[in-house]
Design a protein around this ligand. Structure first.
Ligand code: FAD
Ligand code: AMP
Length: 479
């Protein structure tokens, strides 16, 4: 078989595998290079997202949510459960089965679409050549008309908390505890730290989250972030802001975590510690010195808004380039690049990429926050609706949270939607669709929503932008 391809994709995460499949669908001869192998030497497709990210974390969040619900939230429905037990190894096994099925599914999709899967570590050489070293050390060089770099990201390690087997773990280790730790520390109150901290808190761990910044969830609209902090604290998550970890010491089976807060030096004793301080792009060994591809000042592969690097025919997508580290962002970039290689004019609308935090309550948003609009001097109107006003939310005993819609004061175009509450991860999709089509708040308010649904809260928040809400009292009363 010839070593020449129309497209070689390096990395099989949600950016790379989606791009490879789309390329093949468009008739391009495509190969995808992935280095990851199991202990048994079998290639593992799907990247961080499927193996140690989005999917396994959501599997554990679902299991722990069910346990928490059974423990605390069923009695109100008249259901009582005696002798509730949690079998942690069984929960982990279920998570592993889901991961196995999904990653195996990608191998089948590659086969069905005609993508050639190559095991090994890829390196971009000059002249659009890709050198691949497999896990046995054998080297092969392939030619391509186009190369798509999709090597993703890895967890950042910090010197004060070196990963130590059985004690100090990153997000991957936190997906595989074989029992519930009595006391769990989490460094970093970012999305990953909060989600994984929640899993083990729900199962009974005493969780302390240490966050260096003094603003909680600075990427989230602060009205929503404040409500989130209140709810997490109510659930027993001890979140300490302005608390910077500067050392750890393991003695007699316990981790002593030293940190500095506004009152000075502090200590925390925990049984396990999760380091969740962010992720960095994977570029080590990827680019030959003369490849012509450059990195930006933060170490990401430099690309424009069409994911083109500085070398024609070489693209980069997903976590290895600028923008939010989200699976769906990388997948959309992968599709855009595939279709542009095939001569189409596809673009990614970077203004409409939703973000979700899968805690309880869930947080989801799209577009701009009030803080960003204020900083940009944009005039806007805000409409909100609490879930407490929803009959469906009451029926489900899920009345915490609200929907907030921000619209341009002059044009009424929706600029941002922010949701905290049960089902926020699903509800946000309707806001994304509305914004993608350039909807005004009025358009959304004129749309018919089924009753009784949680979605009606989105409708009501849209009405409230103009002071026309029916089921809540309007702050601004307008005709
Ligand atoms: P990756 O998924 O990191 O895949 C890159 C692949 O490239 C890997 O398989 C790697 O082995 C391979 N590779 C690297 N270098 C080479 C090389 N030189 N040669 C060959 N192969 C190579 N995002 C969401 O949108 N929603 C979530 O709910 C969510 N939850 C998360 C939970 C956790 C715990 C974590 C850690 C992340 C989560 N993310 C979530 C982020 C999401 O996983 C990433 O944004 C996504 O996986 C990035 O996709 P990618 O394809 O760019 O890179
Ligand atoms: P994210 O990048 O969203 O995953 O969030 C990571 C969080 O970790 C950020 O909010 C950082 O402020 C926080 N962080 C980084 N280093 C430390 C540290 N040494 N101690 C406490 N928090 C930290």
């Amino acid at each position: 078989m010839s070593n020449k391809y129309d497209v070689i994709v390096i990395g099989s995460g949600p950016a790379g595998y989606v791009s490879a499949i789309r390329c093949a669908q468009l008739g391009l001869k495509t190969a995808c290079v992935e280095k990851w192998v199991s202990d048994k030497g079998k290639q593992i497709l799907g990247g961080t997202c499927l193996n140690v990210g989005c999917i396994p974390s959501k599997a554990l969040l679902e299991s722990s949510h069910k346990y928490e619900e059974a423990k605390h939230d069923l009695d109100i429905h008249g259901i009582s459960l005696d002798d509730l037990k949690m079998d942690v190894p069984r929960m982990i096994e279920r998570k592993d089965t889901i991961v196995k099925n999904l990653t195996g599914g990608i191998a089948s999709l590659f086969k069905a679409n005609g993508v050639t899967s190559i095991q090994g570590t890829g390196k971009l050489l000059a002249g659009k050549k890709v050198e691949v070293t497999d896990d046995k050390g054998d080297v092969a060089v392939y030619d391509a008309d186009n190369v798509i770099l999709a090597t993703g990201s890895k967890a950042i390690e910090i010197p004060p908390a070196p990963l130590t087997e059985g004690f100090i773990v990153d997000s991957t280790g936190a997906l595989d505890f074989n029992e519930v730790p009595k006391r769990l520390g989490v460094i970093g109150a970012g999305v990953i730290g909060l989600e994984l901290g929640s899993v083990w808190a729900r199962l009974g761990a005493e969780v302390t989250v240490l966050e260096a910044q003094d603003t909680f969830l600075s990427i989230v609209d602060q009205q929503i972030a404040k409500e989130a902090l209140r709810q997490y604290k109510k659930q027993g998550l001890d979140i300490k802001l302005k608390a910077r970890v500067n050392g750890t010491d393991i003695k007699r089976g316990l981790i002593n975590v030293s940190y500095e807060d506004s009152k000075g030096a502090q200590e925390l004793k925990v049984d396990k510690l999760i380091v969740g301080v962010g992720r960095s792009p994977v570029t080590e060994g990827l680019l030959a010195a003369d490849s012509g591809v450059n990195l930006d000042e933060r170490g990401f592969i430099f690309v424009d808004d069409k994911c083109r690097t500085d070398v024609p025919g070489i693209f980069a997508i997903g976590d290895v380039v600028r923008g939010p580290m989200l699976a769906h962002k990388g997948s959309e970039e992968g599709i855009m690049v595939a279709e542009r290689i095939a001569g189409q004019k596809t673009q990614v609308n970077y203004d409409c990429i939703p973000g979700v935090i899968y805690t309880n309550p869930e947080i989801a948003w799209v577009g701009q926050t009030e803080e960003q609009l204020k900083a940009d001097g944009v005039e806007y109107n805000v409409g909100t609706c609490p879930f407490a006003a929803s009959g469906r939310a009451m029926a489900a005993n899920n009345t915490v949270g609200l929907v907030k819609i921000i619209a341009d004061a002059k044009t009424d175009r929706i600029l941002g939607v922010h949701i905290i509450g049960a089902g926020a991860s699903e509800l946000i999709a309707q806001a994304v669709v509305a914004m993608e089509f350039g909807s005004s708040a009025e358009d959304l308010g004129l749309t018919v929503f089924a009753h009784p649904t949680l979605s009606e809260t989105v409708h009501e928040a849209a009405l409230s932008v103009a002071g026309h809400a029916i089921h809540t009292v309007n702050k601004k009363k307008r005709k």
